[in-house]
Design a protein around this ligand. Structure first.
Ligand SMILES: [Zn+2]
Length: 174
């Protein structure tokens, strides 16, 4: 991998100059770390009767777009309505990091997080909204800065019941 990075550097710059000598090693370390987020256990607990929506908003995330390997980053909003089981709050953020920490597209992360929560917790519903800025759109191509791409995945009651969906959307826009 380091040799491959050196080859790229040679094509665009002088890889022997001081600032770049260690760059292949550093870049490979970054890629390895980023694409191997810390493992996590999806430990679920007895919900003790909790049957209202649990919502976490503005969870920061970073990812790399699979088309350009350029970063995209933003925030995620995740909700579920328990059906007996609840999960430790940090697990929602770890679930987002788990699927964001690889070459991705935003739509797929949104779906994977929602479906993972659905299969782990079997809740009445799951809602996931991600909003992100894509540097491949800001630094190149159409060159639009501060453009926010929003994606959503609604499962269970969030898909079928417009009141549940409206309550979630109301909570994440405050
Ligand atoms: Zn891209």
């Amino acid at each position: 991998m380091e040799g491959a990075v050196s080859t790229i550097l040679r094509a665009i710059d002088d890889p022997t100059r001081e600032g770049l000598v260690d760059t292949p090693r550093r870049y490979v370390k970054f890629l390895r770390e980023f694409t191997n987020p810390a493992p996590f256990e999806f430990t679920a607990f007895d919900g003790e009767g909790t049957d209202e929506m649990i919502v976490q908003t503005s969870i920061s995330f970073y990812s790399l777009c699979e088309h350009h390997m350029a970063p995209f980053f933003g925030t995620g909003h995740i909700a579920y309505i328990p059906n007996g089981k609840i999960v430790g709050l940090s697990k929602l953020a770890r679930c987002l990091d788990h699927y964001a920490g690889r070459l991705q597209n935003q739509e797929r992360i949104t779906t994977q997080v929602a479906e993972r929560l659905m299969s782990e917790l079997n809740p009445k519903g799951v809602a996931v909204v991600l909003q992100a800025e894509h540097l491949c759109m800001a630094m190149r191509g159409v060159c639009k800065r501060n453009t926010v791409t929003k994606t959503s995945k609604m499962l269970g009651v969030f898909k079928d019941d417009h009141k549940a969906r409206a309550e979630f959307l109301g909570l994440i826009t405050k």
